[in-house]
Design a protein around this ligand. Structure first.
Ligand SMILES: Cc1cc2nc3c(=O)[nH]c(=O)nc-3n(C[C@H](O)[C@H](O)[C@H](O)COP(=O)(O)OP(=O)(O)OC[C@H]3O[C@@H](n4cnc5c(N)ncnc54)[C@H](O)[C@@H]3O)c2cc1C
Ligand code: FES
Length: 370
């Protein structure tokens, strides 16, 4: 553990912040996964904001002439006020993750905004917690586990992790040392492809048996899940079948961003007819009707405000494209939209006409400030 100041008694407070942070260190965790430690812009002192374990940061880079924003969960504990860690997996064809993992160096500045997110746990929400993750979905769980242990939290923590190979069991040594400090931290790891290795632990995917063996009284507990979407859906289904009430299960999706225009001005044309409601982009002085989904007939319109903006070459920022990160917020000054997911809108946003461009499908002619 770092020797930095640990503020045991200070409860974390979130604050909306944007600016620059400086890379303090870059550490290889496992193949293709690095932890980037971010410091205040000056390189010293306290971070300009605090966060709640489980929250994430949005970071922006100019890559190939385009500004790209992505979200990364903070893996460190908010008790360390001088730094925060992002643990990032290099996606084989990913624009931003490759840039970060391959090119970011100590001393570089990173444009960032946040903290954001409601997938949080600081010990006040329940008197015990089950944290289930796979792969790089471990990041919010690490922050929570580190924080609760540093706070000497009284509740039981069930830390369940799944990975393909034993070599992908991230932070294994640190977890053992956390467990020595915290007898109420229970760790269960399963490896899906242990063949040819000396892995002696549990084998196979997360199953009902693995869950019930690892967590007594499962149905009575609050459960957080983060990992690939298939793993999250399958695990949630198992939990519901085991009798866990759906409202006790919290999920964080890391998103599946579609390949996007490589450079500003590049457009992605839809092939279906533009005969849906009109969207007026008032700041850009552009208007167009949305395209309808040919497979669904002509109602409801399937194109989102974000997709139409990309077609018109209007630069609305985005990251997750699934309603989680809030990067695509725009103000709607007239009209009505449907939004399937509104997780990143708070009451103030809703009262002020803010919508999520990645979710908003116009119900009538609308005008947005973009
Ligand atoms: C709330 C939240 C928290 C997150 N926390 C983390 C975290 O802690 N750690 C982490 O590593 N990630 C995290 N993510 C995911 C992260 O935001 C990015 O989505 C991820 O790093 C991929 O971004 P990218 O720019 O590298 O990939 P993109 O360029 O956006 O590509 C997305 C995916 O598509 C694939 N792809 C791209 N182009 C093509 C193509 N032409 N053909 C086929 N496939 C293609 C890529 O391989 C990649 O898998 C989080 C996401 C969210 C929403
Ligand atoms: S892009 Fe993340 S909420 Fe829309």
């Amino acid at each position: 553990m770092s020797e930095s100041t640990i503020l045991k008694d200070a409860p974390p407070v979130t604050a909306k912040w944007s600016g620059y942070l400086r890379v303090g260190s870059v550490v290889n965790e496992i193949a293709n996964v690095k932890t980037i430690r971010l410091l205040p812009e000056s390189g010293e002192g306290l971070l300009p904001f605090t966060f709640v374990p489980g929250q994430f940061l949005n970071v922006a880079f100019f890559i190939g002439g385009a500004r790209m924003i992505r979200s990364y969960s903070i893996s460190s504990s908010p008790t360390h006020r001088e730094y925060l860690d992002l643990t990032i997996r290099r996606e084989p064809r990913g624009a931003v993750s490759r840039h970060i993992v391959d090119l970011l160096r100590v001393g570089d500045l990173v444009e960032a905004g946040g903290p954001v997110g409601k997938f949080t746990f600081d010990g006040s929400e329940a008197d015990n917690i089950v944290l289930i993750s796979a792969g790089v979905g471990v990041t919010p769980m690490l922050s929570i586990t580190r924080y609760l242990t540093e706070q000497a939290w009284d509740g039981e923590i069930f830390y369940i992790f799944s990975c393909s190979y034993p070599s992908e069991y991230m932070f294994a040594e640190e977890l053992v040392s956390l467990q020595k400090k915290n007898p109420k931290l229970h760790i269960a790891v399963t490896v899906t492809r242990p063949e040819g290795t000396d892995w002696k632990g549990h084998r196979g995917r997360i199953s009902k048996e693995f869950l019930t063996e690892s967590v007594p009284d499962l149905t009575a507990r609050r459960i957080h899940i983060c990992g690939p979407s298939g793993m999250m859906d399958a695990t949630k289904k198992l939990l519901v079948e085991l009798g866990v009430p759906a409202e006790q299960i919290k999920i964080e999706a890391f998103g599946t961003p579609k390949p996007t225009p490589a450079a500003a001005g590049t457009t992605a044309k839809s092939m279906s007819p533009a005969s849906g409601p009109t969207v007026n982009f008032s700041s850009s002085n552009k208007s167009s009707k949305t395209h309808l989904d040919m497979t669904n007939g002509d109602s409801p319109p399937e194109q989102t405000v974000l997709e139409l903006s990309e077609e018109l070459g209007i630069g609305i920022d985005f990251s997750c494209r699934i309603g989680t990160c809030g990067v695509c917020k725009v103000k709607m000054t007239s009209g009505e939209v449907d939004q399937e997911v509104q997780d990143s809108l708070d009451d103030d946003d809703k009262a002020n006409g803010i919508i999520l461009a990645c979710q908003a499908k116009p119900r009538s002619e609308i005008t947005v400030e973009a």
